[in-house]
Design a protein around this ligand. Structure first.
Ligand code: BES
Ligand code: MN
Ligand code: MN
Length: 456
């Protein structure tokens, strides 16, 4: 019988074909017209898990998109892993910037291009194919106990999985969670992510006049909600990027001296980052903090869009009756979404210009998290990565958010191993998202080796 890694290598072409089939399903969770596609993706994953001989495979219906559950719990005395992934994807726009269609997975230069290739279908599928390889090489058994939970609304901050974790912790009982939805710090550098920022995603609506008005007839007398929002937004951050919300920084816990030292030692070229990743004339942010500190360990505030008013071609002279701004803040330990949102709302309301009504609304939120590295699962993961990549693992944080990781810690009382194989230039959420195919294959091998190590 081949070893699991040998099996994975012998079947790699089929694994890739199957991943392509999954990527062809446009499971965009935020767009109502794709609701059925999201379900099709869930169905196809459930069918595949069943085929592998996972047990108790079923969809868990929620108020939003379904969860997919599966388990195999016949390794007494061995640890139980909870494998998490998300099968929903971001919208593909702007479409005209894609070199190949987002839902027609295309190989170029050793990369697979498609929406969801790395975030997170491709990475989630590594778990599935690692399980297949282990079943095939261990006479239809696994070296450890496995539960799988997949969600279809990670990209929209959906509450369904958090609710399920809160209400049914016993159904997800495990010793640790494995999440592959993060990046490696650099190509060929095995990485475990041990910290994520949290977030609050908000919307401010400003209302002025009773209805849209002719700006010539009423300009000078009627309040303009866009100008009102501009005034408010301009007071949220100073020129240095410091957030001006009173109390916002009070609970921040600085990274440990050890962590800061590790970050200093990472192969990071700020100029290369500015040019190739960001592509702006200059980087911005709080003076006195490195880029890694600013993006991993400091909160931030960003404006995503301001729907409303006239945005068509040409000119229309109107004073819109209402305007909105979508604004999010990333949080770091020990900030909490509840308190940060309350501080923000109070401050925004205090900035209310005359003649304007404001509503400040929280759309979704997630807690920040830092994972301790002193546990057997992180140790086994490091060992497996050394085996698969021939290099020592680096521990990083990430500025992104995966809210469920905090819920796993709080409600299941388990640590999460964030073993991701994305690369910094994978274009997550952007046109031409890709997965570096050697990472797909080596990721599968890493996970196989990790599980075998835990089953020893
Ligand atoms: N996989 C990402 C988060 C991520 C990206 C972590 C890169 C580490 C490195 C995840 O799918 C994501 O995009 N999360 C959202 C949060 C959600 C609540 C909308 C995010 O970070 O904006
Ligand atoms: Mn993701
Ligand atoms: Mn994402």
């Amino acid at each position: 019988m081949p070893t699991a890694v040998e099996y994975a290598r012998a079947n790699s072409a089929r694994f890739l074909d199957e991943l392509k089939a999954l990527l062809r399903i446009p499971s965009v969770s935020t767009l109502p017209e794709h609701k059925n596609d999201v379900r099709r993706a869930a169905d196809s994953l459930a069918a595949e898990l069943k085929r592998l001989r996972m047990e108790n495979v079923h969809l868990i219906e929620t108020a939003g998109h379904p969860l997919v559950y599966a388990d195999w719990l016949h390794a007494p005395g061995k640890p139980t892993v909870l494998c998490y992934g998300h099968y929903d994807v971001q919208p593909p726009d702007p479409l005209d910037e894609w070199l190949s269609p987002p839902f027609e997975p295309t190989e170029r230069d050793g990369n697979l291009y498609a929406r969801g290739a790395v975030d997170d279908k491709g990475q989630m599928y590594m778990h599935v194919k690692a399980l297949e390889s282990l079943f095939a090489s261990h006479s239809g058994t696994l070296p450890l106990n496995v539960r799988v939970i997949l969600e279809g609304e990670e990209e929209v901050g959906g509450e369904a999985i958090a609710k399920f974790v809160r209400e049914h912790p016993e159904q997800l009982k495990a010793d640790f969670a494995l999440v592959s939805d993060t990046e490696m710090f650099a190509p060929e550098l095995p990485t475990l992510c041990v910290g994520l920022r949290g977030m609050i995603y908000t919307e401010i609506e400003a209302r002025g006049a009773r209805t849209d008005l002719h700006s010539g007839m009423y300009g000078g007398a009627a309040p303009n909600p866009f100008v009102a929002l501009a005034h408010i937004i301009a007071q949220l951050k100073d020129k240095d990027g410091r957030i001006l919300i009173p109390g916002f920084y009070d609970k921040i816990k600085a990274p440990s001296a050890d962590e800061l030292k590790t970050w200093k030692g990472l192969p990071f070229d700020e100029e290369h980052y500015r040019q190739t990743e960001v592509g702006s004339a200059q980087l911005t942010g709080e003076p006195g903090y490195s880029v890694l500190e600013r993006t991993w360990a400091r909160p931030t505030l960003d404006v995503h869009g301001m729907p409303g008013g006239f945005t068509g071609a040409g000119a229309k002279t109107v004073i819109p009756a209402r305007a909105t701004a979508k604004i999010s803040m990333r949080l770091v330990p020990d900030m909490t979404p509840q308190e940060s949102f309350a501080q923000y709302k109070r401050y925004v309301e205090s900035l209310k210009p005359v003649g304007i009504e404001l509503s400040v609304r929280l759309i979704h939120s997630g807690d920040p998290i830092v994972i301790g590295t002193d546990n057997p699962y992180i140790r086994a993961a490091t060992k497996a990565l050394r085996h698969a990549w021939n290099k020592d693992t680096v521990f990083i944080r990430s500025g992104g958010s995966i809210p469920i990781v905090g819920d796993f810690e709080r409600h299941l009382k388990i640590p999460t191993v964030m073993m991701g194989f994305g690369l910094p230039d994978d274009n997550l959420h952007a046109p031409n998202e890709k997965f570096h195919l050697p990472n797909f294959y080596r990721g599968i091998e890493s996970i196989i080796t990790f599980f075998e190590e835990l089953g020893r």
